[in-house]
Write a protein that binds this ligand. Structure first.
Ligand code: IVH
Length: 701
């Protein structure tokens, strides 16, 4: 570094910082990076190099100064200049209408023809509220909301968040307003959902396997660390939602040309480099607010951050001031809450369900609770490891999560209530004592011994004598992707097995009208319809039959691969382990399951009976695997209507394509159905070819 003078170093440092801040803002504010990461890293490394050689040129707002290298000894308290208030909540349309009525009344607007108030509508971000203090444009302090009056200083962690500017800029445009000397910005720090998912995947693989409950807790936990290097590694971001200017009445005196509205102030903050939520909108009247909230709710699952409602604020600041506040909430704003995706409830019992192949799955029976828009009373616990990981006992209070259409999941046990023991618990539900959950030694359905299978699974050894396994096998055999017997649903399966009319799947084809009429609630017409559906299912296909037999690990795609490879059931039945492993996607374990299935005499008998009872499946046209799509990578996203994902995948693979789960520059084509979200966006962003389901069908035919 001897070859560069301090003057030149300063020039280069200034230029590097400008460039880095510019790219930071493109990346964080607009999600539109202009340069690849390696180029950014090169600029950054050069800046570090110069600042190391010329330490006198180091300043606290340098982009290299985000992460301090020493943990704090403790947190200091921060008293907020103006308390950080919370929002009153409404849960339905008429409450929001009342909110407007109250506003009009307070403002003494009685004229029915008067224009309705203008509102600023924003997503209610489910993160952590923070206050950022900027002096002379420099970030000098960041604090949590705390109890609203006093919070904690978390500057060291907040400085690590790339989307929070260390210095506010006026940009290059001369008409932009100077940043005030002292400006307090408020907003929400949140963790992206995608970042959260990736972080949890990693946590699951870690030694203790402990995962984070949800993005908000993970964000809040990161901000409460004394060591900023932890926060620096977490995918934290920021959205601005308000600001205060000390010493003036706000922004009005700064410049008369700035509209004295909440939305106008937000725009100004955006120009100074603060990230604004792109979903914000300005609307007039509460009905438009409702429409906004409904549109936002429809989008909820596609956003990469969690929201728990919409915030509706009177836009005009003078009106806000006139309306004033109650003790803890302003009268000019309201949170319109969406159905919660998390709720707490009690585990009343844990039962064990026996699956088609005998696997025993613990299922929690819950005190019914409304979550994610539906009432939930059961949640699968997957396996005994999950129970151990959660530290769950019967009687515990738990947090249940149901986001989007995902199946409900117990994410954590509420400590405290369970530790308090019976006392806390009796109040919740006196009939349930705390009980440890242990695996059964015999099957709940047939009393056969339960065996451990592998590291975490347990299995009933009863096979076909087990009514639970029989029911599950029959349900699977009749399902749409298998023999597709319309009308033979869950209830009927129960009845048929309980009445001992169907022992194996082949017995479906011995049912007659008399049998059916003897069942409860079965009328003539339903019996005729069912018999017709059974008859129709007699002519099936080899892939459907193979899938329907319920061989362990053999899903639709594998059934199709097996049929394609062997062409007939006879050839498949004769194949040994080695021959089976020749099939695309069939590994040693699956090959063993398949060979094992056909080596079982009981299974052979069922197949023979199916034939005797008129079930037919023609030889499968061994489609010669073409190489039309060889070397290509395809991605399927959204819903497919005429085929299942597995079928589409198998068909593409048959043409030589690789089917991947994520879109990148190397993706050849994306098949997007209704409901496609981030993968479709990414494809469009990268200019990857996108076709719809019809396009795929055309290609396949
Ligand atoms: S405005 C006086 N806007 O919701 C009004 N709050 O109970 C101050 N929140 O803890 C809040 N998104 O952290 C506002 N767009 C938004 C928000 C928002 C999330 C949080 C805020 C506060 C809570 C209100």
């Amino acid at each position: 570094m001897a070859d560069i003078s301090p003057e030149h170093a300063k020039q280069e440092i200034d230029s590097l910082r400008r460039q880095i801040n510019h790219h930071n803002s493109l990346y964080h504010q607009f999600s539109a990076p202009e340069i690849p990461d390696v180029d950014y890293d090169r600029l950054f490394d050069r800046l570090v190099e110069l600042e190391t050689a010329f330490p006198q040129l180091l300043t606290p707002d340098s982009p290299t100064q985000r992460v301090g290298d020493k943990p704090l000894a403790g947190f200091t308290q921060v008293k907020h200049d103006v308390p950080m208030m919370s929002l009153a909540k409404v849960f339905n349309d008429s409450d929001l209408a009342d909110f407007e009525t109250r506003i009009l009344k307070r403002l003494e607007i009685e004229d029915e023809d008067a224009e309705p108030p203008v509102y600023s509508c924003e997503p209610k971000i489910d993160g952590v509220a923070v206050s950022l203090l900027y002096e002379q444009g420099l970030l000098v302090r960041a604090a949590t909301r705390g109890d609203g009056v006093t919070g904690e200083d978390i500057t060291h962690n907040v400085r690590t968040i790339g989307s929070i500017p260390l210095r506010l800029g006026t940009g290059d445009s001369p008409e932009r307003l100077e940043v005030p000397d002292r400006l307090e910005v408020r907003g929400e720090i949140y963790m992206t959902r995608s970042g959260f998912a990736a972080m949890n995947e990693e946590a699951e693989r870690s030694e203790d396997g402990r995962t984070f409950v949800n993005p908000r807790n993970a964000a809040s936990g990161a901000l409460r660390q004394l060591d900023p290097r932890i926060a620096a590694k977490r995918p934290l971001r920021f959205f601005t939602y308000s600001a205060l200017v000390k010493g003036t009445e706000g922004f009005s005196e700064l410049n008369p040309s700035v509209p004295f509205t909440h939305s106008g102030i937000l725009e100004l903050l955006g120009q100074w480099g603060l990230p604004l939520n792109p979903e914000r909108a300005v609307v007039s009247g509460y009905q438009a607010c409702l429409a906004y909230a409904n549109q936002l709710l429809a989008k909820r699952d596609q956003l990469d951050y969690e929201i728990d409602g919409a915030v509706i604020k009177v836009d005009n600041i003078r009106l806000q001031n006139e309306l004033g506040s109650n003790a803890r909430t302003p009268r000019w704003a309201m949170a319109y809450k969406f159905p919660a995706e998390e709720a707490s409830t009690t585990v009343n019992d844990v039962e064990f369900q026996v699956g088609r192949t005998g696997t025993i799955t613990p299922v929690a029976r819950l005190e019914p609770v409304f979550v994610g828009g539906v009432t939930v009373s059961n949640a699968t616990l997957h396996n005994m490891d999950e129970i151990e990981r959660l530290g769950l006992r019967i009687g515990d209070r738990v947090i249940l999560r149901r986001a989007g259409d995902v199946i409900p999941k117990i994410v954590s046990v509420v400590k405290g209530t369970s530790l308090k023991g019976t006392e806390g618990f009796t109040e919740l539900n006196p009939s349930v004592p705390f009980t440890e959950i242990t695996m059964l030694s015999t099957c709940p359905a047939c009393d056969s011994p339960v065996e451990k299978d592998g590291d975490v699974l347990y299995r009933c050894t009863g096979g076909l004598i087990c009514p639970a396994q029989r029911k599950e096998s029959l349900r699977h055999f009749c399902s749409r992707a298998a023999l597709d017997i319309e009308g033979l649903g869950e209830k009927l399966v129960e009845q048929l097995v309980d009445a001992d009319m169907v022992k194996t799947v082949a017995d479906v084809f011995t049912l007659n009208k008399e049998d059916l009429l003897s069942l409860e609630r079965m009328g003539e017409k339903s019996a005729d319809n069912l018999l017709a559906a059974i008859d129709k299912s007699r002519s099936t296909t080899l892939p459907r039959l193979l899938y329907g037999l319920g061989i362990r690990e053999v899903g639709e795609a594998t059934a199709l691969s097996l049929a394609t490879h062997f062409g007939s059931l006879e050839k498949l039945m004769q194949a040994d382990q080695e021959a089976l492993e020749q099939v695309a996607d069939v590994g040693p374990i699956m090959a063993e399951h398949i060979a094992h299935f056909f080596a079982n005499e009981e299974n052979d008998k069922v197949i023979a009976q199916l034939r005797e009872r008129g079930v037919t499946w023609p030889e499968h046209q061994a489609q010669s695997v073409s190489d039309e799509l060889a070397g290509q990578t395809w991605v399927l996203t959204g819903t497919l209507e005429t085929m299942t994902r597995d079928e589409a995948r198998a068909a593409l693979q048959a043409l030589g394509a690789k089917v991947s789960g994520s879109v990148s520059k190397k993706t050849s084509c994306v098949v997007a159905g209704p409901g496609a979200g981030s993968k479709l966006d990414k494809a469009n962003e990268l200019g990857v070819k996108v076709i719809d389901e019809q396009g795929l069908i055309d290609l396949l035919s």
